[in-house]
Write a protein that binds this ligand. Structure first.
Ligand code: MN
Length: 248
C-alpha cells in the first residue's frame, strides 16, 4: 500500500453562510506524484476524531493558510496581523503534539512551519516587517512556480541533504515568519535578510518545516520533488514500523 498522507484543510467560504473546508489541489498532486496517497483532514472539533485521523495516516502535511492566533505564543494582536483560522489552529495543534509523541513524519509548509514552531514552543513575527532586518520581498507577485529569493541551507541539516545545494532559490508567499525557534529546533534555512525559511527537529525521524511553497514548484524541479519523495518514504517507513508493532 502507498503511505497515507493526511493534509490539513483550511477554512474557506463561498459565502458567510456556507463555510467550507478545503485545500489547494497542488498539495494533493505533489503527494500523489511523490508516491503517497493524499487524504484531506477536515477541521473537526472532537479530539476523538483527531485520534482516529492519527490511526489512519502515515505522514502529516501541515498546509498553508492565514495567520496563527498570537495568543498561542503569548502575544496580543498587532495592527499588521491578518485573519486567523481558529478551527485550523486547534486541529493542527492537537495533530502536531500527538504526531510528535508517535514519531509520525511531519512536513510543514508556509503556515505549516509557523504552526509547527508555535506548537513546540516558538514564536512568530506577526508581520515580517517587524523583523528589524527584513528587506526582501516575501510576498512575491510572480507566479508560484517561479523562485524569487535565495535561501542558504545549514550544514548538517536534512534540508541541505535533500535539496543538495547550500544556496537554493524558492518562491515566497508569506507575511508572517518564525521569530524565536522552538527549543531544540534547528534553523535549517534563512534568506539573506535573516528571515527563517526552514526549521527541523532532529530528535524525530522526520520533522521538517519550510516557509516557501514546494507544492507550487516541484514540477521540473528535481530537488523539490526529492523533498516530497523523502517525506513520503519516511511515511512508508513509519507505516512498516507500525505494521510490525501491530503483529507483535
Ligand atoms: Mn520568504
Amino acid at each position: 500500500m502507498r503511505p497515507i498522507i493526511g493534509i490539513t484543510c483550511t477554512s474557506t467560504a463561498s459565502s458567510e453562510s456556507s463555510p467550507r473546508n478545503g485545500i489547494g489541489a497542488s498539495y494533493i498532486s505533489a503527494i500523489e506524484h511523490a508516491g503517497g496517497t493524499p487524504i484531506l483532514l477536515p477541521l473537526v472539533r472532537k479530539n476523538s476524531c483527531i485520534a482516529d485521523f492519527l490511526s489512519i495516516i502515515d505522514g502529516l502535511l501541515l498546509s498553508g493558510g492565514v495567520d496563527v492566533d498570537p495568543f498561542l505564543y503569548g502575544e496580543e494582536p498587532k495592527p499588521a496581523m491578518g485573519r486567523i483560522d481558529v478551527g485550523k489552529d486547534q486541529v493542527e495543534m492537537w495533530l502536531i503534539n500527538r504526531s510528535l509523541e508517535m514519531d509520525l513524519p511531519i512536513l510543514g509548509i508556509c503556515r505549516g512551519i509557523q504552526m509547527l514552531n508555535v506548537a513546540t514552543g516558538g514564536t512568530l513575527y506577526q508581520d515580517v516587517s517587524m523583523s528589524s532586518s527584513a528587506i526582501l520581498q516575501h510576498r512575491q507577485k510572480a507566479p508560484g512556480s517561479h523562485a524569487t529569493h535565495t535561501i542558504s541551507l545549514r550544514e548538517g541539516s536534512r534540508l541541505l541533504d535533500i535539496l543538495g545545494q547550500s544556496a537554493f532559490q524558492v518562491n515566497s508567499f508569506h507575511h508572517q515568519a518564525v521569530k524565536e525557534p522552538a527549543p531544540g529546533v534547528m534553523v535549517s534555512a534563512a534568506t539573506r535578510d535573516g528571515v527563517i525559511e526552514g526549521i527541523e527537529d532532529t530528535h524525530y525521524s522526520f520533522v521538517v518545516g519550510v516557509q516557501f511553497h514546494p507544492e507550487l514548484m516541484w514540477q521540473n524541479n528535481p530537488p523539490i520533488t526529492t523533498l516530497f519523495v523523502t517525506f513520503v518514504s519516511e511515511a512508508k517507513a513509519y507505516e512498516q514500523k507500525r505494521e510490525a508493532l501491530s503483529k507483535n
